[in-house]
Design a protein around this ligand. Sequence first.
Ligand code: PMP
Length: 490
Amino acid sequence: MRAQVGKATFWLSGKWLEIHAIRLGLPVEKYFTSEAILPTSNSTFFNVAKDLIKKCRDYRDSADARAQGFYPYFRRIDDTFGNHVICDGEPKIMIGSNNYLGLAQDERVVEAACDAARRFGSGCTGSRLLNGTIKLHEDLEEALAIFLQREAVLLYSTGFFANQGALISLTEDDDAILCDRENHASIIDGCMFSPAKLVPFRHNSASSLRARLKRLPEASGKLMIMDGVFSMSGDIADLPSIIETAKEFGAFTYVDEAHALGVLGPAGRGTVHHFGLNDDVDLVMGTFSKSLGSMGGFVAGSAEIIEYLKHKSRCLIFTASMAPAVAGGVLKALEIMQAEPERMDALWRNTRKMHDGFRSIGFKIGTTQTPIVPILIGSETKAFHFTQRLYEEGVFATPAIYPAVKYGEAIVRTSFMSSHSDSDLDHVLEIFARLARELGTFDDPVYSEPGRRKNVFDFSLQYANGSEDVRKDAGAPPRNGSSLHAVIPG
Ligand code: PMP
């Protein structure tokens, strides 16, 4: 904080000044308002810059949720045994993980990760560009290129960086990025940082994409980006019509296969292969933080695109490369995924069982077609409460509220794995059915009067104005990834 006495200006601690101002009987509010930036020349006493951390001091949401006993985030896992975890000394069935093929705990994967660490150390301590490229990185790039039938692959330290890095590097000032409204946060952030204009289109709608494309200047560069499988709704992108439309207008096409690898397409090659569109999609992105049971991401495309990204992508150049244990573990997981197709079969058996099971209890699970199953609860408070009761009953799931989903349509997001046993899944369904009765889930207006109670935010935090507070941006569509609540597990 800067204080001015006469012509002299001092840099002082805000607290020190506040204490002394109170002692001197000065009007503290005048000098300590967070917004106040007083012009130095006119100020007679203090000059107070905007208090940047006022928002942190005022932040109450997490504390209030904790006080009400249903804070659902950052739960500590003390141990993991396959699809069961130990939290607070109790076992819980994990149905909130993206470990679709159960490979994160596979002994062979863990051993390969350990071997890699023994050989190359615990980290690469440098960027890929400089001292951080090891043989395992190149082996993994080659294995992925063969698997995905692409000329080349480039690894990034996370999937988030892969999307950001590629989007920022591939676009320029006069270009436009056409982005499905429900794309993942890493894509939205990539669009924000890109110099190109962001043009959102209606979720999974080729006609909305067409309308947007028609309005853009013919000569401008266009990049269309789409999740292959949507991380909240679990629906599959309508790639045949979307890609056809994009191509008609000469757009570059880019598909995020984060939730589709190991889940869809022959041998788990993803949505693009599922639809037989590998030759029509210019770039695919994927992560290792889901079916491949680890962390890190990649983009796969033509050799010339990958060569360009290798030398231009700041998210690659200015960060340390993927740790050896990660690369070693993922290489092994990729090998097992191809050698053991029965894992994908089991995943789909479990997926169908849970779709049918939830529907027959009476839950609405939206348009999901995949192991991601969003359970519609309705009100935000009830979604938090439901999740907390699940946890107490030994089931680990996570809620998603606005802006990850629409107002008043909060969900408990569940996702299933090949390694869940029938008895695990039956037990989960039994608990969901019991809690729906206990908590009156089916009496919520989203069930009893569908379509009526939209855009109502009733998360009754101490600082909200009442329990049915309609927020100023009510009516806005979901904006994946734009706040704490949009954090998607994994
Ligand atoms: N894309 C999608 C669709 C995702 O769901 C995620 C992660 N949840 C990412 C990208 C980012 O991947 P990573 O976890 O590897 O950063």
